[in-house]
Design a protein around this ligand. Structure first.
Ligand code: NAD
Ligand code: IPM
Ligand code: MN
Length: 372
């Protein structure tokens, strides 16, 4: 079996705790199906800053560029509140996304049947939910220039962030949305604020053209992002694929996470464009949640978002669909067995910590792989 190179970047806070659980699954894949994963581990975020003064070093960037896939835990925390803006932990993640050109961020929100009562919303609103938020990840206000705080010299300052989108950036994320919708229920909802923002007018125009010219057989709807957010909470099952910009996508995906019961449940895949020669796409997989400083070090974080991110990695980087299905099933079965971390705990269930949840999924995953 050809070697498959993974770069594991645990990061800060609960990052290393959930990364330890994903390593168990990688070892199982190597043992049971000879997957040939070779894992290197490196520092990122605050821990990298403490080590070398940068949130991601050039050497780690080289490893990320050369890897078949990057598995990322989480970065950030109050310890680094005072570090210079361009060296803060989050800057490491942003550099990885930008330099690897990971423009397409897939954030699925699926309600596992066993968790239909864990959401703050009523069971009938979220039962059977399966939506995909596609967030543009390398443009918009996150990266637009100028981005600065200017001293006006009169006792006043002015802070500027710039929302910029060019044609090709919207075209490629729109195509990705339609291609994904084709494999699902065939519907794309584009969200922007064309009533206030020039980038919203332009986003709407480009997505509409790509639909008309290349995907006329699929359904396209438009929502203003604020109303879209409201509808996501009122009746989320009306959506299939939601495509939106970097900042709206950040916010809407945290909202969508709560539909599934906990931020600790939501995985993501960030994909680049296929290489012209090899067809290989650069890719990074990470939970949607952050480093959860409030619970870090206690061994109580839910590792499922991280484990399900490995599932997306198996599917999107290695076409290991059978193994990805086995992992999704192992997560479902674990939840059905009433095994819960604190964030999704319910009456009558068994409360476990991060390691207990990781072991429960690993055991079922190994059994499923061994059977086939
Ligand atoms: P957060 O996602 O870290 O936490 C929000 C809340 O959700 C907290 O109460 C936390 O305990 C809970 N939570 C998150 N993940 C959980 C899990 N796996 N299991 C159980 N509970 C979980 O967001 P925040 O508190 O706003 O940010 C903390 C730090 O993380 C900040 O520095 C932020 O910039 C950073 N952050 C990093 C990433 C990333 O690395 N991708 C993403 C978001 C935020
Ligand atoms: C996310 C996070 C990041 C973002 C931060 C940590 C840079 O919130 O991945 O959702 O804003 O994109
Ligand atoms: Mn976020």
């Amino acid at each position: 079996m050809a070697q498959r190179k993974l770069l594991l970047l645990p990061g800060d806070g609960i990052g290393p705790e959930i990364a330890a659980e994903v390593s168990k699954l990688i070892a199982i894949l190597n043992d049971v199906v000879s997957a040939g994963f070779e894992t290197e581990t490196a520092l990122v975020g605050g821990s990298a800053y403490d080590d070398c003064g940068e949130a991601v070093s050039d050497a780690t960037m080289d490893l990320a560029m050369a890897a078949d896939a990057v598995l990322f835990g989480a970065v950030g925390g109050p310890k680094w509140d005072g570090v210079p803006y361009d060296k803060r932990p989050e800057a490491g993640l942003l550099r990885l996304r930008k330099d690897m050109e990971l423009f397409a961020n897939l954030r699925p929100a699926i309600c596992y049947p066993a968790l239909a009562d864990a959401s703050s919303l009523k069971r009938e609103i979220i039962e059977g939910l399966d939506i995909l938020i596609l967030r543009e990840l390398t443009g918009g206000v996150y990266f637009g220039e100028p981005k600065e705080i200017v001293d006006l010299g009169n006792g006043q300052k002015r802070a500027v962030d710039t929302q910029v989108y060019e044609t090709y950036e919207i075209e490629r994320i729109a195509r990705a949305a339609f291609e994904l919708a084709r494999t699902r229920r065939g519907k794309v909802t584009s969200m922007e604020k064309r009533n206030v923002m020039k980038t919203g007018v332009f986003w709407n125009e480009v997505v509409t053209r790509i639909h008309r010219e290349e995907f006329p057989d699929l359904t396209l709807e438009h929502e203003l992002a604020d109303a879209g957010g409201m509808k996501l909470v009122r009746a989320p099952k009306q959506f299939d694929v939601i495509v939106t910009d970097n900042l709206f996508g950040d916010m809407l995906s945290d909202i969508a996470a709560m539909l599934t019961g906990s931020l600790g449940m939501l995985p993501s895949a960030s994909l680049g464009k296929p290489d012209a020669a090899t067809g290989r796409r650069k890719a990074l997989y990470e939970p949607v949640h952050g480093s959860a400083p409030d619970i870090a070090g206690q061994g109580i974080a839910n590792p499922i978002a991280m484990l399900a991110s490995l599932g997306m990695c198996l599917r999107y980087s290695f076409a290991m669909n059978r193994e990805a299905d086995a992992l999704d099933a192992a997560i479902s079965q674990t939840l059905e067995a009433g095994i819960r971390t604190g964030d999704i705990m319910a009456e009558g269930c068994t409360k476990v910590g991060t390691g207990g949840m990781g072991d429960a999924v690993a055991e079922r995953f190994e059994a499923a792989l061994s059977k086939a």
